[in-house]
Write a protein that binds this ligand. Structure first.
Ligand code: NIG
Ligand code: FE
Length: 420
């Protein structure tokens, strides 16, 4: 078969190869191929081999010289709060004075501050800000992203946010999967009537499902936010409507969210900084992925999830960015990967599985994405590094020079290419 793209002169490919979810000790296994070329046709990988690519080319084939760079599957970031207005550097000043994240929220700031700004923002303002963030993420190697709503807390604004993320999916090269997260906080106008707000979420979920704006539901299950019972009620009715479910679990205080997620068959339970050992053992026996977000621990100066104990107990881990204005304001996914190495103490191989095939699994895109394998999408990144370990060691800078998404060059020499 003749390829329309050949990427050649690759130093090494490092890729996951096991069927997901890749769990426990298997997370340390990846495949390494020295000096290969990759042949791509119609956005799909048709061949990975060494030696000559003569048989795969004709005069129309684009030949891309990888200049002896390292090649990885593009990163998949399965937890973000992409679409929002404004920023919260004022709060960062308070965090430095040791005011807590939950106290800021209790005082009407935090998420609720961003809600006010997001309600006022136009669709175009939200779109342009989110698009800019997606560009930065893509320059850092991200090719797929989950994006939650949750800064409207009223139907109109939640729909506005979801329409932004849905429009970006398709208009921007990054694949964007939208999640409805009306259960992110109790809005001010319902402060004294939680029940009424929960009823509103239950009805808005139906509306959003009918519009086809989201297929998954997330709840912030946390002390002072949504209780365990409230979370269960919302996620149970989400499942009845045909949504997949996930939750922010045991982020700040151990609330039992991990156990609830397992019981409900959640695709992932996210954060887990405060999960008990008993919950982690249960997680290792379930199909729910532990989605760890070390950037949040770093920024809020909280403890880190116990990734080593999870791996020892056969848990499947993914690592995500949690990009948001309040607890992790960065689009640099490689910095998040450094934190996974340095603070979660994961190996380079474990992290590679955790930022590619495992998030692809719980986002249900693993048949096409998450590894460099024949017949999958050609989501390929080239990095100016000598070996995989170097990526995690030399931190805070961007090592990615080129990004292909479905065989299309979208970042070249560190610059985003705009399609005409
Ligand atoms: O994942 N935990 C809740 N949501 C975000 C923070 C959102 C915000 O502070 O704006 C998180 O940490
Ligand atoms: Fe989050």
């Amino acid at each position: 078969m003749i390829a329309d793209l050949i990427i050649y002169n690759i130093k090494k490919i490092y890729t996951p190869y096991l069927n997901p979810p890749v769990r426990g000790k298997d997370m340390n296994k990846i495949k390494v191929i020295a000096n290969p070329f990759i042949a791509v046709k119609d956005g799909k990988i048709i061949y990975i081999g060494t030696g000559s690519f003569e048989n795969y080319i004709n005069e129309k084939t684009i030949l891309h010289d990888a200049l002896n760079k390292v090649c990885l599957p593009g990163f998949i970031d399965s937890h973000s709060h992409l679409v929002h207005a404004g920023s919260r550097e004022d709060e960062f000043a308070l965090l430095r004075k040791n005011v807590s994240y939950l106290d800021i929220l209790e005082a009407g700031g935090g998420i609720l501050g961003t809600v006010q700004k997001t309600r006022k923002a136009s669709f175009e303002e939200l779109y342009m800000k989110a698009e800019k963030s997606l560009d930065i993420m893509m320059m850092h190697g991200v090719i797929a992203l989950e994006a939650k709503s949750g800064y409207g807390l009223d139907l109109e604004t939640e729909v506005k946010q979801l329409k932004v993320s849905n429009k970006l999916n398709g208009n921007h090269p990054i694949y964007v999967k939208s999640t409805y997260m009306g259960a992110h906080a109790i809005p001010k106008e319902f402060k004294n009537n939680r029940r009424k707000y929960i009823d509103q979420i239950l009805s808005d979920m139906k509306y959003i499902k009918n519009l086809g704006l989201a297929n998954s539901i997330d709840v912030f299950c946390e002390n002072g936010v949504f209780s365990l019972n409230e979370t269960e009620e919302i996620l149970m009715s989400a499942k009845e409507l045909g949504y997949t479910v996930k939750l922010h679990a045991d982020e700040i205080e151990p609330m039992g969210g991990t156990k609830l997620g397992i019981k409900l068959g959640a695709t992932s339970v996210d954060h887990l900084m405060a999960s008990s050992n008993e919950d982690i053992i249960l997680l290792g026996k379930s199909n729910t992925i532990a989605n760890l977000l070390p950037g949040t621990s770093f920024y809020l100066r909280k403890k880190y999830a116990n990734a080593r104990y999870m791996i020892d107990n056969n848990v499947a881990i993914s690592i995500s960015g949690d990009y948001n204005p309040g607890s992790c304001p960065t689009e640099n996914f490689q910095l998040i990967m450094h934190l996974a190495a340095n603070y979660l103490k994961m190996t380079s191989e474990e992290i590679l599985n955790a930022v590619t095939i495992n998030p692809a699994y719980h986002m249900n895109i693993y048949k096409n994405k998450g590894s460099i394998e024949k017949s999958k999408d050609a989501d390929i990144i080239l990095l100016d590094i000598d070996n995989l370990d170097y990526l995690f060691y030399h931190f805070g800078i961007n090592h990615v020079s080129d990004v292909f998404i479905k065989g299309k060059l979208v970042v070249k020499d560190r610059k985003v290419l705009r399609s005409k």
